[in-house]
Design a protein around this ligand. Structure first.
Ligand SMILES: [Ca+2]
Length: 90
């Protein structure tokens, strides 16, 4: 390869990098928007999907018997009345 052919090769310029970043962020936003919401209005609703409740950490899951799911717990933190890291545990 000569120096000349190298300069003619398409380059990944900073401008294209920004365009790529832009579309990547749009795609990520769309995926987050269409992914099913896992925020429940109360424990009855949450328990339809997570029978024993949801826990934020493995430790809280072991202590409460709730299903470990940090994402669902974070969205439903308000349902954890005793703030022990597990929501709607029984
Ligand atoms: Ca709790």
């Amino acid at each position: 390869m000569t120096a000349e052919s190298r300069t003619q090769a398409p380059e990944f310029t900073p401008k294209w990098y920004l365009v790529d970043m832009f579309f990547t962020s749009i795609m990520v936003s769309l995926v987050l928007l269409v992914s099913p919401t896992t925020k429940f209005k109360n424990c009855d609703a949450l328990r339809l999907k997570f029978k024993s409740g949801v826990a934020a950490t493995a430790k809280a899951a072991a202590a409460s018997g709730a299903t470990l799911n940090a994402k669902v717990y974070a969205l439903n933190k308000g349902l954890d009345r005793d703030k022990d890291g597990a929501a709607c545990e029984q």
